[in-house]
Design a protein around this ligand. Structure first.
Ligand code: TYM
Length: 325
């Protein structure tokens, strides 16, 4: 059976709709056809988080969210990245093959350079794509479901695998990225940038009803009034509505936009209802899991054992291939 692997940083606390639609939902659908290895990338989060309690709590919360969204432990492994320290060894070995030039082409480095912050960038952030390559290659992954913003990292992973195999023989499996066509880049509620915690333009489907309502009502619109006719093709509300409503419901909202007499507030409430309908069972499960940490911990423990068994196999081959003891 082929293996799907992906990771998510816990930095955000709760996952947002971009995470859910771009990665989590497709990753969970792959449970039907693949063995699924998914992890919470707490080593990666260390590049920015300095608060140990927060890192621990956010990592746990993200694991609970994954379970609430429907991760089935029988179909694979859900684990903390740092529960498999073998990752850091493979990361070191790969870093001896990654060139400075490769890493300066990475998005995070370029962004820091453009803002004149490259001198302050820590080594972990600079070599972020190498650790990510280790994450993927350590588990012999076949496919990696991700959003568009991670494609560059998967390409780098493929190059590093190829370079390793060129020097040491066919040891590492080259993975394929799997990006959802319609949800590769979910827009933010500002209608300008992709949805992201760093832009503060997100909707968190597992947040409390009050917070969720505030986030949906904050979707940015133009200043057309209730009676004005509106263009549904330009509306962020309609874009989000399409992710959750049936084609007939979307057609109905679109015709109300065109007819006028239907305000953005009405459309936002319709969207909020759809999001609540879709996520209510998952939110209930999430709340229950947060009150029952033992259940989450036991899934993470089992996930660690499965992931470690695989990691040891690959790392042994890698160490032998490159002449380590
Ligand atoms: P992270 O935590 O930023 O995001 C997790 C996943 O969510 C996707 N995503 C989006 N998809 C569509 N539209 C959006 N607006 C949007 N925002 C986020 C991301 O593409 C990602 O798939 N480096 C990774 C974590 C990681 C990883 C890995 C992933 C570490 N090791 C190995 C895959 C394989 C990251 O920071 O994702």
């Amino acid at each position: 059976m082929k293996r799907s692997l992906s990771g998510i940083k816990p930095t955000s606390g709760l996952p947002h709709l971009g995470n859910y639609l771009g990665m989590i939902k497709p990753a969970l659908e792959l449970q039907k056809s693949h063995e699924t290895f998914y992890f919470i990338a707490d080593y990666h989060a260390l590049t920015t988080i300095r608060d140990p309690k927060k890192l621990k709590a956010d990592t746990f919360q993200m694991a609970a969210a994954f379970l609430a969204f429907g991760f089935d432990p029988a179909k694979g492994a859900l684990f903390r990245q740092s529960d498999i320290p073998e990752i850091t060894e493979l990361s070191w070995i790969l870093s001896c093959l990654a060139s400075y030039g490769d890493l300066t082409r990475a998005h995070a480095y370029k962004a820091a350079k453009d803002e004149g912050r490259e001198g302050e960038m820590n080594l972990g952030t600079f070599s972020y794509p190498v650790l990510m390559s280790a994450d993927i290659l350590l588990y012999d992954s076949d496919v990696v479901p991700v959003g568009q913003d991670q494609l560059q990292h998967i390409e780098m992973t493929r190059q590093l695998a190829q370079r390793f195999n060129h020097y040491y023989g066919e040891v590492l499996k080259k993975p394929e990225a799997l990006v959802q066509k319609d949800m590769a880049t979910v827009p933010g509620i500002d209608g300008v940038n992709k949805m992201s915690k760093s832009y503060g333009n997100f909707i968190e489907p597992l947040a409390s009803e009050k917070t969720l309502k505030t986030q949906v009502m904050a979707i940015v619109t133009d200043s057309l009034g209730l009676d004005d006719k509106k263009n549904p093709d330009e509306s962020a509300i309609v874009k989000f509505y399409k992710f959750f409503a049936s084609p007939a419901e979307v057609a109905d909202m679109e015709s109300k936009f065109r007819a006028g007499g239907y305000g953005y507030g009405h459309a936002k409430i319709a969207l909020l209802d759809k999001i609540k309908e879709h996520f209510d069972p998952m939110r209930k499960r999430f709340d229950a899991l947060m009150k029952n940490p033992d259940e989450v911990e036991s899934v993470l423990k089992e996930g660690k054992q499965k992931a470690q068994a695989q990691a040891t196999l690959v790392l042994d081959k890698v160490r032998k291939a490159c002449g380590l003891s």
